[in-house]
Structures are given as C-alpha cells and as structure tokens.
Design a protein around this ligand. Sequence first.
Ligand code: PMV
Length: 319
Amino acid sequence: MSRATAVAHPNIALIKYWGKRNLALNLPAVSSLSMTLAPWRTRTTVEWGAEHDSLLLNGDAVHGPKAQRVWSFLDRIDPHRPAVRVESDNDFPTGAGLASSASGFAALTLAATRAAGKELNLKELSALARQGSGSASRSLWGGFVHWSRGLLEDGSDSHGAPIPGVERLDPVMIVAVVDEGPKDVGSTAGMQRSAQNSPLYQAFIDDSEACIRVARSAIERADLPALGEVMERSTFAMHGVMHASTPPLIYWKPATVAAIHTVFELRKQGIGAWVTMDAGPQVKVLCARPDADRVESALSTVVPRTMRLQPGGPASVEP
Ligand code: PMV
C-alpha cells in the first residue's frame, strides 16, 4: 500500500466553459479562463492498495453514481489498479455550484497519481484531471488559468496553462451564497441539453474565443473594468444558452437576481464590481480589494451569507 495527500483550491471561470466536443474524453467545445480561489480548499488522501474501494467525502461514506465516477476516473490512471481508499474533505459547500468538483478532481488527480507512483508533468496532470471534471483541469495552477479547447482528437492538447498578472490586478471575489443545497441538474446533463436544443448555443460557442482574447488583454493591461465587463458578457451568454434550453435550465433563485441588481446599483454609484454565476444560484462578484467591504455589505442585505475569496495558489502534494 502507498499513500499520498494533496490539496487543491477551487476556481471560478471568468470566461465560461459550457458544452463538450467529446463526451468520453470530456473535451470542451470552447476554451475557458478562470481564477483560482483561496482560502477554500479540498484535501484528499489516497491509499493505493486497500481491501476494497471506498470513498469518504466530508466524513460520510459515498456509494452509487458519485462513487462510480471516482472509480472510473482511477481506472484511467491504471486499468489494472488495486482497490483504493479515498478520503476527501472540503472546507466549503459541496456540489452547490461552488466549484467543488474542480478542486476535488484536481486534488484527487495529484494524490492518486502520486500514490500510484506515476510521475506526470503539470500538463499531463491537467489533461487527466479534465477527464474527472472539466473545470478541474484549471485547478492545478494558482492565479489566472487558461484551459485550451485543443484541436487534437485524443485531447492531449486540452489542458490548463497559467496566465501571469494576478498580483498586479489584486482582485477579490465575493461569493453571495444564495442557497447551499445541491443543484437539480448537474453540469454534464445541463451541457448536453443545451447542445441538443438551445437555439443560442452556437452563438455562445462562436463568441468564446473573442471573450478569451479580450480577457487576456485586460489581464495584461491590469484593467479590472475590462476584465469584469467581458466576464459578464461570457456569463450572461452562457446563462442565455441555459435559459433558452428545453426544458429551461434556470439555476437562478430570486436572491440571485436581487444580488445581480445590487451589483449593478453599486456600479451606478461608481464602485467597480462585476457578477458571474455558474451551474448554481450563487453570485460571485469580482472587485478590487479596496472596494470589497462596500460590496460585501451591500450584498449582505439581499443574501443570507457572503464570503470573501482571494486569488489562490497551485495545487500541491503534502510532504
Ligand atoms: O467542469 P464542470 O463539469 O464542473 O463544469 C463547469 C461548468 C461551469 O462551472 C458552469 C463553467 C466553468 O467554466 O466552470
């Protein structure tokens, strides 16, 4: 038996991934760009060589499809693997559109490959993490990360890569927690539905590379308003795709809309703050550090809980 422990932070996409070009290899239809966030983290320990496969998530034994997703992922690392014991915990809400699958599969990838004695470089680790959960491919690095759609059929060129510049921008991400319950429709099922029948899907795909270019240039110039604006463009395009799917995918709750309007109101008052939402009701607000108190107190009038996150570092194996 050999054992390893790894830690990874979640990430939030500023330029969104929604749709797959290959389901089996989990290849995205678009490139995306994210920010890794601290202090939230997943910590995962893998014992490679146990009596039977077992998964403990936040102290509870997990069975069924959720566990099966982990076993199938470990089969990709070694199809002839021994039984494995996985113990993972998150210090933030799991499965509620707060990117727990990103940090979860990034930490699992690092811990499991290390425990299995495999030496992979960061790009290989990212391409592997992608097959567990797409957004996990971005959680290997800290700061801003670009996950390329890639062109190759085997997906080996679809992995993350870091983008320098987070220190100069010094952004903060405030999470307005609307509802911590699990989401109704998971991201894979939601993406399939949108690709099959949303009349806006192709328009979202067609605009995504332009969004990435605008975001990269904003990061290079340390221009937070430009980055915030293009983040909203990508966010509302993705939610437009979701809303126009049949049946509609509406992850928002009334307080989601209230939080969006709160941020728009702050902007009218001259505060630089911009919203993003994923496959869940939470609103994440990007702003400059000096404005964070003002943004957080405005949001706390419309949602039960707010949390302040800052750029996080790379995933790592514990010594
Ligand atoms: O990689 P998944 O299955 O967690 O899907 C992520 C989808 C979004 O969070 C909505 C967008 C993104 O790019 O993270």
